[in-house]
Ligand binder design. Structure first.
Ligand code: ADP
Ligand code: MG
Length: 311
């Protein structure tokens, strides 16, 4: 086994009846990586996490976690999971949920109590630890579930949209904790539909759409790779029609935004020169001119649309 590999996925596939929910995907997550699995609703993120954590079986292909077959007892022991749907018992207190989870993992009681208390402190839940989970807010519940995933001190952590629908403060706490864990050397596999979150947190991001991986790279590189989504935002002192603008050399598409135009181009530098030439030869004045870097959202849309056209 390659010691630098945390998660190895080969040809992983899942059908629900006729629906191909995860379509022969392959990728590698290195140790100590904070890896993002980014895609819209229905892309296949949860199905993938469930196969990686042994909740459901793959129809084809497979995966290993730290060299152990996904779904095996060993693989489960080295991993912590924050599933999409809360797995805490509502009638038990936060503390008792944590202790129950520790027992399932066979953690000695004194160690469980110590780590449990420290995790609850970190997540701002310690004062509420004896309250039943049904009295927790959504954000508190999610923070507890993160504590439960961490009580076994796992090497690899899987989180399925852990901040989705949470209040800002809970989301912040969770993101800070993930960065802290990653800094301490934990491998983190995080699914999200939130571009900004992936951008802020992840070393690398796989973009998944309709069960297929359409790109894997560092967020910054994904942004730059979608060169057609560079754009120049311009406004003139007089009305110029989009039909005219689209004929300026280097312009791919034109979008009107209030009194401005956004011109998409592969080469923003050259386009700026063309625009200045155009306006001076047509007696126009440029009021504002900005070169815009593509956002990860632009990259996401470009990559998933490209996939839709091909598939
Ligand atoms: N248990 C299931 N039975 C049938 N179809 C399912 C089931 N779970 C998910 N799907 C379908 O599989 C696809 C992928 O779903 P999912 O993995 O939950 O996506 P994501 O987590 O990215 O939103 C979707 O089209 C979804 O409707
Ligand atoms: Mg999901």
């Amino acid at each position: 086994m390659d010691n630098d590999v945390a998660i190895q996925v080969v040809n992983l596939t899942k059908y629900y009846g006729e629906l191909l929910a995860v379509d022969h995907i392959s990728f590698t997550v290195r140790r100590r990586e904070l890896f993002g699995f980014l895609g819209p609703n229905g892309a296949g993120k949860t199905t993938t996490v469930r196969m990686l954590t042994g909740v459901i079986k793959a129809d084809e292909g497979g995966a290993s976690i730290l060299g152990y077959r996904a779904g095996s007892l060993k693989a489960k022991q080295v991993a912590g999971v924050v599933p999409e749907i809360a797995n805490a018992y509502a009638d038990l207190s936060g503390w008792n949920n944590l202790m129950l989870m520790s027992e399932l993992y066979g953690i000695p009681a004194s160690e469980a109590r110590q780590r449990g208390a420290s995790l609850l402190q970190d997540m701002g839940l310690f004062p509420r630890k004896n309250d039943a989970v049904k009295a927790y807010s959504k954000g508190m519940k999610q923070r507890l579930i993160l504590c439960m995933a961490l009580v076994s001190d796992p090497e690899v952590l899987f989180l399925d949209e852990p901040t989705s629908g949470l209040d800002v403060q809970s989301a912040r706490l969770i993101k800070d904790l993930l960065q802290g864990l990653n800094a301490k050397g934990k491998t983190i596999f995080l699914t999200t539909h939130d571009m900004d979150e992936a951008n802020q947190l992840c070393d690398r991001v796989a973009i998944i759409n309709k069960g297929r991986i359409v790109a894997i790279d560092a967020p910054e590189k994904l942004r730059m790779a979608t060169s057609a989504t560079h754009s120049v935002e311009v406004s003139f002192d007089n009305v110029v029609s989009p039909e005219v603008l689209v004929n300026i050399p280097g312009v791919n598409t034109v979008k009107k935004l209030g009194d401005k135009y956004r011109l998409y181009t592969a080469n923003p530098g050259e386009l700026v020169v063309s625009l200045v030439n155009y306006s001076s030869s047509h007696g126009l004045k440029v009021i504002s001119l900005n070169i815009l870097e593509p956002s990860l959202e632009d990259a996401f849309v470009a990559l998933t649309e490209k996939e839709a056209k091909h598939g």
